[in-house]
Design a protein around this ligand. Structure first.
Ligand SMILES: *Cc1c(COP(=O)(O)O)cnc(C)c1O
Length: 401
């Protein structure tokens, strides 16, 4: 099974599951043990010398977690993967592995908020500086790279504004300059985008989103060449200890089995809803990369095999106070879409950016990132699309034009 090439759905269903290892159990057991014991000094000593390959302690390697790691590595077409207790643990540990005091990073302005905060206010404590660019052209990136640039950190598309970066151009430039490239691929998932194949070095995921898919797990992962993953494993992974626990890994394995089915549904639903909103007289603008009206549609078609269920839009407005009133009315009128952070689960959610404004003004991070406070983000779930459209339609009808 491990060596045969199958399609993605088959890999999601079966890859790395070896029932024979576990008395024929069709789903793997949850290895809820902290350590593994050895019968002899020699075997123990041999295992300790290859600590990434052997079961020694669950902060390093655990059989249930390992199944997730193997499945995710396979789906991302990478050699190796490590899972973490959250997307942020994966992101911060991966970035830290490649940094020394005095280094420089180039990243994108509208990346995930906590990642932005890590780069812009945590790393400067250790004299690491980040330049944030729009990511829209290779010239802009070339200008931002310095002698001490060690990492280019990407998110394509970004998950509030849905702007893309040209991954093959960036990978090529980074290779020439010997800079490590890392991308957050949580939005597209390996089902729709495979950045390692394009030449990006490392992929990080919040598995809390589509990979797990049921809003019941917080998890993360990093995927790439074996050498990189070993480097991460030996330093930040083991030392900071932000590991994925066996029960969460077991839920993640369960989620991964249906990833392609869910992604097809999210894509179909989202595209229909994006088109519906785009044609609605009360909507100003829809940001969905797979809509022909998206300014980077051609690039999206090239890099993405499809799109997930997350996108944003803005209501038409005349003035600021009026807009907040409209946003409130709209989201409070929704019946299926519930207010919540996060995304990627089975359920439809709405996240108005305005909800995190302070005293009617964008907060510090929003201001620095240049995010419009009027963006309304939808995470389109697996429900019947007709019901979702009716819900949006009735809520929009409550908004004064
Ligand atoms: C949620 C999210 C993360 C962080 O993942 P957690 O699992 O919540 O720590 C990182 N990147 C993006 C794009 C996200 O949406």
């Amino acid at each position: 099974m491990q060596n045969i090439k199958f399609h993605t759905q088959t890999d999601c269903t079966h890859y790395a599951d070896v029932p024979e290892r576990f008395l024929g159990a069709v789903t793997p057991p949850i290895f809820q043990n902290s350590l593994f014991v050895y019968p002899t000094f020699e075997k123990f000593s041999r295992a300790l010398k290859k600590n990434m390959q052997n079961y020694i302690y669950t902060r390093g390697k655990n059989p249930t977690v390992e199944i997730c790691e193997q499945k995710i590595a396979r789906l991302e077409k990478g050699e190796s993967a490590k899972c973490f207790g959250s997307g942020m643990a994966a992101i911060t540990s991966t970035i830290l592995t490649f940094l020394r005091t005095g280094d420089h990073i180039v990243s994108i302005k509208n990346i995930y908020g906590p990642t932005y905060k890590f780069l812009s206010s945590f790393l400067p404590r250790f004299n690491v500086e980040t330049s944030f660019i729009s990511g829209s052209s290779i010239e802009e990136l070339r200008r931002a790279i310095k002698q001490n640039t060690k990492i280019i950190y990407l998110e394509s598309p970004t998950t509030f504004t849905f702007q893309l970066q040209n991954l093959s151009e960036i990978a090529e430039l980074a290779k020439q300059k010997k800079i490590v490239t890392i991308i957050d691929n949580s939005w597209a998932t390996p089902y729709f985008q495979n950045p390692l194949e394009i030449g990006i070095n490392l992929i990080v995921h919040s598995c809390s989103k589509y990979l797990a898919g049921h809003s019941d797990v917080v998890a993360g992962a990093v995927i790439g060449k074996r050498d990189y993953i070993e480097q991460i494993f030996q330093s930040e992974f083991s030392l900071l200890g932000g590991i994925l626990h066996p029960f969460e890994a077991w839920l993640l394995i369960r989620g991964l089995r249906t990833l392609p089915l869910r992604m097809e549904r999210h894509f179909n639903n989202a595209l229909k809803i994006a088109k519906f909103l785009e044609n609605h007289p009360k909507v100003l603008k829809v940001n969905y990369p797979l809509l022909p009206s998206h300014p980077q549609y051609q690039l999206a078609k090239k890099q993405l095999k499809g799109g997930s269920g997350l996108f944003s839009f803005e209501l038409k407005t005349d003035n600021i106070t009026d807009n907040i009133k409209k946003i409130k009315k709209f989201v409070n009128s929704l019946r299926i879409f519930r207010l919540g952070v996060s995304w990627g689960g089975y359920e439809s959610l709405v996240h108005p950016r305005a909800a995190s404004m302070e005293n009617g003004k964008p907060n510090k991070i929003q201001k620095a990132m240049g995010l419009s406070p009027y963006l309304i983000r939808l995470s389109v779930g697996l429900e019947d699309v007709e019901d979702l459209i009716s819900d949006l339609e009735q809520a929009l009808s409550q908004v004064n034009s």
